[in-house]
Unconditional design. Structure first.
Length: 161
């Protein structure tokens, strides 16, 4: 496995992937198999829309399962305990202030597939995430986004719980 294939995740992100995999393989597979079995009982499957719908859903499910398997295989868990002390990294929680304004936001830095800015989870690969990685409290960074450039100051860094 090369580094470019590796997916960096937090422990929480890995657990969510594992839970989704378990749900899809144990619960959803059984549900769809039951739907296919019931649809077959309706008769001729060549003109059976219920059967076609169930088979399409099965195809999409198996595709999602394969994707999750690939992601789990390539996952590397990054924990706050192994991050560089005092610097922003995956698994840290960072508080940023917009320079010149009294706006502060706190984010947990997570892997690209765990990102959810509305919930306070910021991808390390996002423009802001890339700009603040390896930076320390008190440092300022300029971030270019589609809305324009914004300057942030790092107010606090701590290990995410």
């Amino acid at each position: 496995m090369t580094d470019k294939n590796q997916e960096l995740v937090t422990q929480e992100g890995l657990e969510k992937l594992q839970e989704e995999f378990r749900h899809l393989t144990e619960d959803r597979r059984r549900e769809i198999a039951d739907r296919i079995r019931q649809a077959r009982e309706f008769g001729d499957i060549s003109e059976n829309s219920e059967y076609d719908d169930a088979k399409n859903e099965q195809y999409l499910l198996e595709r999602r399962i394969s994707e999750i398997q690939r992601r789990l295989r390539n996952s590397k868990v990054v924990t706050p305990a192994i991050t560089e002390t005092g610097a922003v990294d995956l698994g840290t929680r960072v508080t940023l202030r917009v320079v010149g304004k009294d706006e502060e936001r706190t984010f947990q830095i997570v892997g690209a597939n765990e990102s959810d800015p509305g919930s306070g989870k910021l991808s390390h690969a996002s423009p802001v995430g890339r700009a603040i990685l390896k930076r320390r409290v008190g440092e300022k960074v300029m971030v270019s986004t589609p809305r324009g450039a914004t300057e942030y100051e790092i107010i606090n860094i701590e290990a995410a719980s």
